[in-house]
Design a protein around this ligand. Structure first.
Ligand SMILES: *[C@@H]1O[C@H](CO)[C@@H](O)[C@H](O)[C@H]1NC(C)=O
Ligand SMILES: *[C@@H]1O[C@H](CO)[C@@H](O)[C@H](O)[C@H]1NC(C)=O
Ligand SMILES: *[C@@H]1O[C@H](CO)[C@@H](O)[C@H](O)[C@H]1NC(C)=O
Ligand SMILES: *[C@@H]1O[C@H](CO)[C@@H](O)[C@H](O)[C@H]1NC(C)=O
Length: 360
């Protein structure tokens, strides 16, 4: 319930298209900056879900890119920048290292997961529901997804090689020797190919770059109790017509901006909307109950805006999933990770027959 209240719980009746008034009222999805492993402050700021507390986040790992058994890094004092990088210790050399592309292209997609993208030179950014990261000792996709499975709410991962400074670059040590970190980043929302755009940064003269970046998404999404589904709707949202008696079945929208993505949030909204309506019935008509919802990640370009839930008083089949996005000026709002769920005991009306229409 706390999460529900924290979300922008705006029930706005019409129209059914994207509710831009509600969208404008949202807090932006936080943009985490995943720390460079050797940055002094970075190691202390990462908090993991409680379920991951047992699994240790290893300290930075220093690896020779050609060495498949990376070694633990020893924090080196900045003043020791006397160690100069090898002649071929450059970002270009890192980016063209075939050991990384081979590992990424050859990685096994774990059972139950789908590969979203492979061997990109960027890590994912602006993905919904950032949940932290681990540094791995090898490019192990199974370990990375298993770790995600252990985190409640985690549904996708990004694994990649990162060229990190072995000591923090300073004005007197602008381009220290590199070390290689293998990062596994956890998300409570889907990584997408178009999100793999974070291609590094400069720290003084040191160039942090990414290689062999792969994204994986868990194939299944949990079904909230009391509901049946999910019906996968891909990149489209339900756009229900009026029912056969000419009445609108749309009951409004709820949007959440603090992940992880969770159909249970919409289910709670749907069920509690019904409870409220039944407790406060209109004087002249039957109370409308929520029997069906569609939830998805709403994107503005490649950035996630939030988890969107649309509520309906009857169940609509996947054939009505025809809204694949909307333009507002220059902004293209699109839909991804769309699923529908239906009250499993409600006996909701089927629009083709209107058999159970509550009102004539
Ligand atoms: C430069 O790249 C080659 C492979 O392309 C690799 O063998 C070598 O270790 C790299 N050097 C450094 C310092 O990263
Ligand atoms: C995927 O997600 C489901 C539902 O949240 C979870 O039960 C499962 O452990 C996850 N992993 C796999 C491989 O299905
Ligand atoms: C499903 O609908 C029925 C009938 O309106 C209602 O009693 C029940 O609470 C609903 N279930 C959920 C999970 O909201
Ligand atoms: C849904 O709500 C509309 C408008 O209030 C109403 O006319 C219609 O009968 C309701 N449908 C169901 C299945 O309750």
């Amino acid at each position: 319930m706390a999460a529900l209240l924290a979300g922008a719980a705006i029930a706005s009746p019409l129209p059914q298209g994207l509710d831009f008034a509600a969208i404008d009222a949202l807090d932006p999805v936080p943009t985490p900056s995943i720390p460079i492993v050797n940055a002094a402050a970075a190691q202390t700021t990462i908090t993991f879900a409680a379920t991951l507390a047992a699994s240790s986040v290893s300290a930075a790992i220093q690896a020779n890119p050609t060495d498949t058994t990376p070694k633990m890094v020893k924090r080196v004092d900045d003043s020791s920048c006397a160690v100069q990088p090898a002649a071929d210790d450059t970002a270009d050399n890192f980016s063209s290292n075939t050991a990384f592309s081979d590992a990424a292209n050859g990685a096994v997609t774990p059972a139950g997961w789908t590969l979203a993208y492979a061997n990109q030179a960027g890590s994912s950014q602006s993905v919904y529901g950032y949940m932290g990261y681990s540094v791995l000792s090898s490019y192990d996709t199974a370990a990375c997804t298993a770790e995600c499975d252990a985190i409640e709410g985690c549904s996708s991962v990004n694994i990649y090689y990162e060229r990190d400074p072995s000591v923090d670059p300073t004005s007197t040590c602008t381009n220290p020797p590199s070390s290689t970190a293998i990062k596994c980043v956890y998300y409570g929302g889907p990584v997408t190919a178009s999100s793999a755009t974070n291609d590094g940064q400069w720290r003084y003269d040191f160039h942090v770059v990414i290689a062999g970046s792969n994204g994986y998404v868990n194939n299944s999404i949990a079904t909230p109790s009391g509901y049946s589904g999910p019906i996968p709707l891909g990149n489209a949202a339900i756009n229900a017509p009026l029912d056969c008696a000419g009445h609108d079945t749309y009951m409004g929208v709820k949007i959440f901006t603090s992940g992880p993505f969770d159909a249970g949030l919409c289910a709670a909204a749907c069920s509690s909307q019904s409870e409220y309506n039944l407790a406060h019935p209109p004087s002249d008509w039957e109370a409308q109950t929520c029997q069906f919802f569609n939830t998805y990640v709403l994107y503005d370009g490649s950035e996630s805006v939030g988890q969107y839930c649309t509520l309906y008083n009857e169940t609509w089949p996947a054939s009505y999933a025809t809204n694949d996005g909307q333009w507002r000026g220059e902004d293209h709002y699109t839909i991804g990770y769309s699923y529908a769920f239906s009250n499993s005991t409600g006996g909701a009306d089927e629009p083709a027959t209107c058999a159970n229409a509550a009102n004539p």
